[in-house]
Design a protein around this ligand. Structure first.
Ligand code: NAD
Length: 344
């Protein structure tokens, strides 16, 4: 088991990777607790929950909605959760986002923690204290910065994860490796079989490395005013691709990373061989899917990016596999590059 701590002044957030998820019930209060989960996770793991009140959400992005947060808060009120209460999210990124958001606004903020059950949430969504819900088609536009007190990432839970979700999470793991840790890139390249077989020991190691990196970034820049932006590698084009195609998040980010690697090469930041290395790794796990998005549509989608300020977007380029740099580029430059690339 690996313990990683994010220290942001008021709250120490402890992330336990490789810990049996059921130990959460010993590490959190024994009363005044409410569990928030989704149907899929509840059907597999609900039998191990203690007799706490449970809110079971419909799986999927549609549950990331203010009306659902309102219903969750109503259930909390009915269950008698007070200011000293504790919200425990047990699920993937959707559950963590809704549970964390509800906890952060209920009675102006109460304690919370997560059992993070998907690969994407173990390496990304449950770490770092961002919570959020969607508004219409705009993702995560309403949210808070609020650190969970404790997060358990138990890789044995990934055994029940559908392939689509597992590989979507793998793309986020590769993203973290690409921006911050060449050793992690090598481990992923050299342990293809262990990844496909979902070997617990190996997953514990790579998830810990990924969490450690994200924790170090978030500890330095909790509110994304600088360094934290590197975590958006692959996400500028990726979000646009996700909105246009409906690909699972990680697959869209994988295609976004491919475009970002190409753009980094065109700018002269990334060598030809490193570009090949990145794209080969994505291909080796079949993370790059075919899509067709016209340059005009890409342009309008990029302009919807909430990370835009005026015409400028902080774009994450790569220098090598493992080292990123952030540079402001205009939306026009991004759509021109895309246009050039699709016309080749
Ligand atoms: N707050 C953040 O910093 C942050 C960062 C990245 C992503 N996110 C958000 O996270 C969400 C995506 O996360 P996700 O991919 O975990 O999605 P998700 O929570 O919707 O889970 C994906 C699917 O896997 C199922 N599932 C989860 N764990 C399972 C398990 N152990 N066994 C079987 N099925 C399981 C879920 O029921 C769901 O159907 C998006 O809403 C995204 O915006 C948030």
């Amino acid at each position: 088991m690996e313990k990683i701590v994010i220290n942001n002044g008021a709250i120490n957030s402890q992330i336990l990777v490789g810990e049996d998820w059921k130990s959460i019930f010993k590490l959190t209060p024994q009363e005044n607790v409410i569990i928030i989960t989704d149907e899929n996770v509840f059907n597999i793991y609900g039998k191990y929950f203690p007799a706490y009140p449970v809110v079971i959400l419909r799986p999927g992005e549609k549950s990331k909605d203010l009306r659902i947060v309102g219903r969750v808060a109503m259930q909390m009120l009915k269950a008698g959760i007070d200011r000293t209460g504790f919200v425990l999210g047990v699920g993937g990124g959707m559950v963590c986002d809704v549970a964390g958001f509800a906890a952060s606004i209920y009675m102006r903020g109460i304690r919370c923690g997560y059992v993070s059950t998907s690969l994407l949430s173990q390496v990304d969504a449950s770490i770092g204290g961002k919570t959020g819900v969607n508004l219409g088609n705009t993702k995560n536009i309403l949210g808070t910065f609020s650190q969970p007190e404790i997060v358990i990432c138990d890789p044995s839970m990934l055994r029940s994860l559908p392939d689509e979700e597992y590989f979507s999470g793998l793309a986020e793991l590769i993203k973290t490796a690409m921006i911050g840790n060449e050793k992690l890139v090598e481990l992923i390249e050299n342990n293809h079989e262990a990844i496909l077989r979902r070997e617990i020991g190996f997953l514990t190691k790579v998830i810990s490395m990924s969490v450690r990196f994200k924790a170090s970034v978030v500890s330095q820049d909790e509110k994304e005013s600088g360094l934290r932006r590197i975590l958006n590698f692959g996400h500028t084009y990726g979000h646009a691709i996700e909105m246009a195609t409906g690909f699972s998040h990680g697959f869209a980010v994988a295609s976004g990373m491919e475009l970002a690697a190409d753009f980094s090469f065109e700018k002269g930041y990334l060598s030809e061989s490193d570009r090949g290395r990145i794209i080969n790794l994505l291909k080796s796990f079949n993370l790059l899917r075919e899509y067709k998005i016209s340059p005009a549509r890409m342009h309008s989608l990029i302009f919807r990016d909430k990370k835009r300020s005026g015409d400028e977007i902080s774009f994450v380029f790569l220098r090598t596999a493992g080292v990123a740099l952030v540079e402001k580029v205009s939306g026009r430059e991004l759509s021109d590059f895309y246009k050039k690339r699709v016309s080749v």
